[in-house]
Design a binder for this molecule. Structure first.
Ligand SMILES: Cc1cc2nc3c(=O)[nH]c(=O)nc-3n(C[C@H](O)[C@H](O)[C@H](O)COP(=O)(O)OP(=O)(O)OC[C@H]3O[C@@H](n4cnc5c(N)ncnc54)[C@H](O)[C@@H]3O)c2cc1C
Length: 376
């Protein structure tokens, strides 16, 4: 089958689902291809910055109906037992990806957006048009949004350079039953990684951590690693010892890469993690994915209405917007992660923040954006 569409979105995570909702709202013809079915759990800390609220309302979404937890405080603890707590300048909410992604998907179905469950295997661009092959179909599209996440076989096919570099990071997530404050997100450092803890809907607690594989491989399994490494942070030990997992097995992903990527590649507008993943300790990846989807959708709308006069101008404008909005946040995330890897520097930084608490707020502001403005 050979199908025609004006805009094709590859990947139905937060970035792809949001872009589809936006483009549909402004009346454009869009097709979304997602390899998995909904709902499903994803490795993610599931703390979402309130930055997204005005935009979600504009998209006609009612997040409160999903009963998220409202989070207003951050606690940071070190392996040496230091801790610092602060009010989050903007705050956020806790909602599982199982519920959130499924809700956005259901909204798209209600709004009769064309969604295909299939795996994209190849993207070619020639004669000002894309040909996108899935396992079972071929699509012709004028524009393509790449929203297929952190890494995919598509990146290998496209020859993206970040795929040449091995990443030492592995991520683990599970939901638990435990006593934990609803309004708190806590971040706990341990040797070779860090762990986020917060509540999501239905009184479930999310524990999600990022670990260096070199540290991890010394242990036979997750529980060995947790008991020998994570438990050295006494706060984390207390949380993990008093929590009951609600999953049969924790979800894990490997090769989590924070390398620089291109926001436009082979004429594809890359959104969300496909354009760059911020260190999860910043708790801003989801808001960035949603915001990037908005920027790409608005510019595509302007291009199709003739307000942007060429594909080249569209790509330049998207790259400029993306860099302006996200490049500094990603850089700050890399710097913070490097600081946490060095026990001496980390300890000095925490001591400084305990004496001057405004420093922590300033760091949070540098890794977050302002509330996303509503399209005019
Ligand atoms: C350990 C960890 C913890 C995190 N914690 C937080 C947090 O607390 N707060 C926060 O804001 N951010 C957090 N993040 C970041 C956040 O999870 C991501 O930034 C966010 O998921 C990006 O969404 P996305 O739509 O770009 O990608 P994804 O959600 O990964 O979606 C990509 C989609 O593309 C699909 N896909 C892939 N390949 C193909 C293909 N070939 N064909 C069709 N479909 C395909 C996938 O199935 C997937 O559904 C965390 C990240 C990690 C690694």
């Amino acid at each position: 089958m050979q199908a025609e569409t004006e805009i094709l979105i590859i990947g139905g995570g937060l970035a792809g689902l949001t872009a589809a909702l936006h483009l549909n709202k402004v009346g454009l013809m869009v097709t979304l291809i997602e390899k998995d079915t909904y709902p499903h759990h994803k490795v993610c800390g599931e703390y979402i910055s309130n930055e997204v609220n005005p935009y979600f309302k504009w998209l006609g979404l009612d997040i409160e109906s999903l009963a998220p937890t409202f989070i207003s405080k951050l606690l940071f603890t070190s392996n040496l037992g230091q801790s610092i707590q602060t009010q989050l300048p903007l705050g956020g909410f806790g909602l599982s990806r199982y519920t959130l992604d499924h809700y956005l998907y259901t909204e798209l179905v209600k709004r009769k957006v064309n969604i295909l469950h299939d795996r994209v295997v190849e993207i070619n661009f020639a004669h000002n048009q894309f040909t996108v092959a899935t396992t079972n179909h071929t699509f012709n599209a004028t524009y393509v949004i790449g929203a297929y996440g952190k890494r995919s076989a598509i990146d290998v096919k496209l020859n993206r350079s970040f795929m040449d570099k091995q990443s030492p990071y592995l991520a683990v997530k599970s939901h638990y039953h435990a006593n934990f404050p609803n309004d708190l997100v806590s971040l706990h450092n341990f040797e070779g990684g860090y762990c986020g803890v917060s509540k999501v809907e239905n009184d479930r607690m999310n524990i999600c951590y990022l670990a260096n594989y070199e540290h991890f491989k010394k242990y036979k399994n997750l529980s060995g690693f947790q008991e020998n490494v994570l438990y050295k942070n006494r706060y984390l030990k207390d949380i993990l010892e008093n929590a009951t997992s609600l999953f049969d097995h924790s979800l894990t992903i490997s090769q989590v890469s924070f390398e620089r990527k291109e926001p436009v590649y082979n004429h594809i507008l890359m959104v969300g993690d496909t354009a760059g993943l911020i260190h999860p300790l910043c708790g801003n990846g989801m808001a960035m994915a949603i915001h990037a989807a908005k920027i790409a959708s608005e510019l595509l709308h302007q291009r199709i209405e003739g307000k942007i006069n060429s594909r080249e101008a569209l790509e330049e404008s998207y790259t400029a917007h993306w860099n302006r909005e996200f490049k500094r946040r990603l850089k700050m995330g890399r710097m913070l992660a490097a600081l946490l890897r060095n026990t001496n520097l980390e300890s000095l930084a925490i001591s400084a923040m305990i004496k001057m608490p405004f420093l922590l707020n300033s760091i949070i502001k540098k890794t977050h954006g302002k509330p996303i403005t509503i399209p005019s």
